[in-house]
Ligand binder design. Sequence first.
Ligand code: SF4
Ligand code: SF4
Ligand code: SF4
Length: 302
Amino acid sequence: MRGFRKIIAYDDLKRLVIDNGLCTLCGACEAACPTHAIRVEETPQRLYNCSENLDLCPICYDICPHTDALIREATRFVSDALYRRESLGYYRKILLAQATSPTIRGLTRSAGVVNALLSFALDRKIIDSAVIARKSPRLILKLQPSIGLVPDDMLSAVDSKVVPCAVAEAFGRAVYEYGRHKIAFVGIPCHILALRKLEAWQHKIIDNLSITIGLFCLWTFSLGVLSEYLLHNYGIAPSEIVSIDLALEDYVVTTLDNRVLRLPLYEVKNHIMNSCRTCRFKHRRRSPLKGLVYGYSKDSEE
Ligand code: SF4
Ligand code: SF4
Ligand code: SF4
């Protein structure tokens, strides 16, 4: 037909998000693509030209957390919460908690609340799996998206993320490859927004989501950029690092030989990912998806 133009979302996703360095590698586009045309590794790649089979597909652009598509629809899930604060966004209750199990507390860095919640939910069969990020056994700085199936798996879930992790892609795998129906999902705000957008889209995989747990996030670093910065400025190779923690005005890096370095925040901030500089969750007043540990269950009243 003369004048007919194909509308393929990937073209806009690539031009406006990926090529502008705004992608935070969540993997949602890979999980959502109906033709399995995208793979997210160092950056999202299209494996073949999906427009050869389709005339119209808006999905990957719409569900990416760094586009304005579906924002209003995606945030309706939390905007009926009772309370709202400028610094927190919407919330129903604020609770101070820690895991009661000394084992869980000892294994984690932030009192083990997320790990304990997941173990409990799995044990009581509220969920049948949990999508988490865990540290790579070979490189502490690197995070691996992971599908936890037994309570012990939950002990390795990290409760903060300084580098990206494609947990939304792992959510797709939990559905397609593992056939899980009651999945808990743990992510930072842009990951949670990607899932909310899938929900607003009524994507078929979202019916398998039971619980979301959002984490606070200030920013993340590209693994390559962070590694280069630490090596170049402090002579620390990625393989030497045991942990990186935020402590008020510094990042505290601990190495295998027990060196402790305090990196000033103003210096570290020069290396954060592009999207984090203008993150809607930090700068938008009344941010509805600010990442405290907040939960949402389709079956619960609260
Ligand atoms: S088929 Fe996949 S890659 Fe192509 S536009 Fe749709 S979601 Fe994007
Ligand atoms: S959906 Fe996630 S992985 Fe895909 S382009 Fe957007 S931020 Fe990157
Ligand atoms: S600061 Fe915002 S954009 Fe950056 S990783 Fe965190 S939630 Fe995502």
